[in-house]
Write a protein that binds this ligand. Structure first.
Ligand code: MN
Length: 713
């Protein structure tokens, strides 16, 4: 076994200090597992040693090799996290702990629809992608030695491998691991089908081999004529790949095109396409079977050209053409990051899958830890996977809290919640959960129910709805009070209190909103069943409609058009002026202010000057509702500011654009803004907001203009 450790050290070519740590890790693991045996009867250390071997073949770094040797030590021996950390450092200890966490989970009973969630969680909860790689190699070795386990264990493990581990290997682009996991799994899951394919392959083995050799020889010859240096190899597709086509897609085994596959590996991308041409010259391509994964890589960053051609004997076979770099990625996937870190170049043309390329390019500036945490974030940024104490997985959005968790279990759990434990520690209810947390909801039958704050703490709609439901049922009196207070304040703020005092008007609104009585409406606003804003808008609309109707009735013959284009509530022929601070135009939402000297001044309702006046008791009573007349025909002044590059002629272009649109301009001025920006202030006369929209669009298209805004002073 000592020789095997030395072979590992040689293979990864590490420093003498790291070599010493690896030897130490082996001794430590060997001593700790001393009394344990594998199901095969061999000493337990065989297993971690094999895991470390596979990791070294994948080219992982010394820390990962060490963690691989120690990966079962926390779970299966007296060793603690602290002990591992003291001896081998935090990075190793964290990895071993991460593997332990994943080991403690039992996924074997997962339903198919749950599998994707578990796969995601699996990836998300490992803080370090190397933990996943260790776990995959751990599983690979366990699958290689599965014959020593009892039959029901074999089936469970094989199913779990097929559903969880092989897809994860695929997702990380680790093809060699994926293929082996699949073949080992199907051997246990469908021994009869597996045998059938094996037999077929064996029966045709000689013939197939001979064919592959003939084709290889021809291709090599032709490539040499074209002076292309290439590695050509032939192989039989892996068993599960054929199995899937035969048993799942219902194809006859003789019709499976790619039982035999040739692989041509060259140096450059142009050579890939050259080789493709040569292959198509030599053999007849099957239409519709060409795929360019160089131009469009697969999501797991796989790149290659694929084509299927027919050999001389009539036997179709697949040809895969790729560069050396692509080949490394295809075999090792994410692990290639460690294995070939130094060889991955920034060749502009290489369309590696975006995130991998980005991370690899950033590699010079960031250290490994950062690479790993970035990668994790990239994979599942907005999902969170946590556990019940029994080990069920609950999927929540990022930033979810114990409240979301409790209501995701059941509304009765949420409603009786008095506290929560995360990983055995009591935490505040608004704490953010993290992947892999185990959450225990503390409930009490005498709990007073959710608090209203929970509505703002909860992140999921589900939790909020359930909390609202509770308030609806349990707290009617409180809801009525709360809803009423908020509603009345808002009513005053919108100058609608007087209108709502009218009994007929009120009855009308209740009917429109579908409430039996005022108390029900208050209660609904209290528990959040309807928003106060929605009710107020309804009242405002109804009020405006009645106002207009009243005017219509009063002047059935001819409406004297208000000269300003603005109707002031309850006042006819009122003097109106437009506020200079926000220069409203028809289409803007507006509000009036009764001035001391000159009638009513009209502001945009989002004008910052209005906000202050609405809350100031000295002015709030002087606010008054105003609205635009149906079709004001006058022009309204409004102020705009154009920001652009300080170039000769920009002012002229702005002025020309305005006059091209037949729009009057009252004033225009330009100034330089210190640097190379120029600011143009203009006042123009417009009919309405629609016209303003097209002016803004037109001005923004002028060369050098970066922004156009309405001015509020
Ligand atoms: Mn293990």
């Amino acid at each position: 076994m000592k020789e095997r450790i030395e072979a590992i050290i040689q293979r990864i070519n590490c420093s003498e200090a790291d070599a010493a740590r690896i030897r130490d890790a082996f001794e430590t693991a060997d001593a700790a597992h001393k009394s344990q045996l594998r199901s095969s009867g061999e000493p337990y250390i065989i297993h971690p040693l094999a895991v470390a071997e596979i990791l070294s073949e994948l080219g992982l770094d010394p820390d990962t090799i060490i963690a691989g040797l120690l990966h079962d030590i926390i779970e299966d021996t007296e060793f603690s996290y602290q002990q591992v950390r003291q001896r081998f450092g935090t990075s190793v200890a964290d990895m071993v702990e991460g593997v332990t966490k994943l080991t403690r989970m039992d996924f074997s009973s997962a339903e198919e629809e749950e599998a994707e969630n578990i796969r995601k969680m699996f990836l998300a909860m490992a803080r370090d992608i190397r933990v996943i790689i260790i776990k995959l190699t751990d599983r690979l070795h366990n699958m290689r030695t599965l014959m020593y386990r009892p039959p029901h264990k074999q089936r469970n493990k094989a199913l779990e491998t097929m559903q969880i581990y092989a897809p994860i290997a695929h997702r990380l682009g680790m093809n060699s691991v994926k293929v082996e996991l699949e073949d080992l799994s199907i051997m246990y899951l469908d021994p009869v089908g597996y045998e059938e394919i094996q037999e077929y392959l064996e029966k045709n083995n000689q013939e197939g081999r001979a064919m592959l050799n003939r084709i290889m020889a021809r291709m090599k010859e032709r490539l040499a004529e074209h002076e292309i240096e290439a590695t050509v190899s032939g192989r039989v597709k892996h068993t599960y790949g054929i199995y899937r086509k035969v048993y799942m897609n219902g194809r006859d085994i003789d019709q499976v095109y790619d039982i035999y596959a040739m692989r041509v590996i060259v140096d450059t991308i142009p050579q890939c396409y050259n080789v493709l041409g040569i292959v198509h010259e030599l053999y007849h391509p099957i239409p519709g079977r060409f795929k360019d994964y160089i131009y469009t890589p697969k999501p797991n960053m796989y790149q290659s050209l694929h084509t299927t051609v027919v050999g001389r004997s009539g036997q179709p076979f697949e040809v895969q053409i790729r560069t050396k770099e692509m080949h490394k990625m295809a075999e090792y996937g994410i692990a290639a990051h460690w294995k070939y870190k130094h060889n991955i170049t920034k060749n502009g043309d290489e369309a590696l899958f975006a995130w991998v390329r980005r991370f690899i390019e950033n590699q010079q500036e960031t250290d490994n830890e950062e690479f790993i945490s970035d990668l994790r974030v990239e994979l599942f940024a907005d999902e969170l996977f946590v556990f019940t104490p029994k080990g069920d997985v609950i999927n929540l959005p990022a930033n979810a809290t114990p409240i979301d968790f409790a209501y995701a279990i059941h509304s009765a759990v949420g409603n009786r919640m008095v506290g929560a434990k995360v990983n055995n520690k009591i935490v505040p209810l608004d704490s953010k959960l993290t992947n892999g947390d185990i959450i225990e909801v503390l409930t009490s039958n005498s709990a007073r129910g959710p608090s209203r704050d929970w509505l703002t703490i909860a992140k999921t709609g589900e939790a909020r709805n359930k909390i609202k439901q509770w308030f609806k049922k349990e707290r009617r009196e409180e809801n009525i009070q709360l809803g009423r207070a908020e509603f009345e304040a808002e009513l005053r703020r919108n100058l609608l209190a007087r209108a709502f005092e009218n009994e007929e008007f009120r009855a009308n609104i209740l009917k429109k909103l579908d409430f039996q009585n005022l108390e029900d409406l208050y209660a609904a606003m209290g528990y959040g069943g309807i928003t106060v804003r929605k009710v107020i808008n309804r009242i405002a609309d109804e009020h405006t409609r009645q106002e207009k109707q009243a005017r219509g009735l009063a002047r059935p013959m001819r409406e004297t058009k208000p000269t300003s284009g603005v109707i002031v509530e309850g006042i006819d022929n009122c003097l109106v002026k437009f506020a200079r601070c926000c220069t409203p135009i028809p289409g803007d939402h507006i509000i009036g202010f009764i001035t001391k000297g000159y009638g009513v001044s009209v502001h945009r309702s989002d004008c910052p000057n209005i906000a202050g006046m609405l809350t100031d008791p000295a002015t709030q009573d002087r606010m008054i509702r105003v609205s635009w007349a149906s079709a004001p025909s006058e022009l309204y002044q409004t102020a705009l500011q154009v920001i652009g590059r300080n170039r000769i002629g920009i002012l002229a272009d702005v002025a020309t654009a305005i006059s091209d649109m037949n729009i009057q301009m009252s004033s225009v001025s330009a100034r330089a803004n210190g640097g190379d920006e120029s600011i143009i202030d203009l006042v123009i006369n417009l009919r309405n907001a629609e016209q303003l929209g097209s002016v803004l669009l037109r001005l923004k298209r002028i060369d050098g203009v970066s922004d156009v805004t309405r001015v509020v002073r």
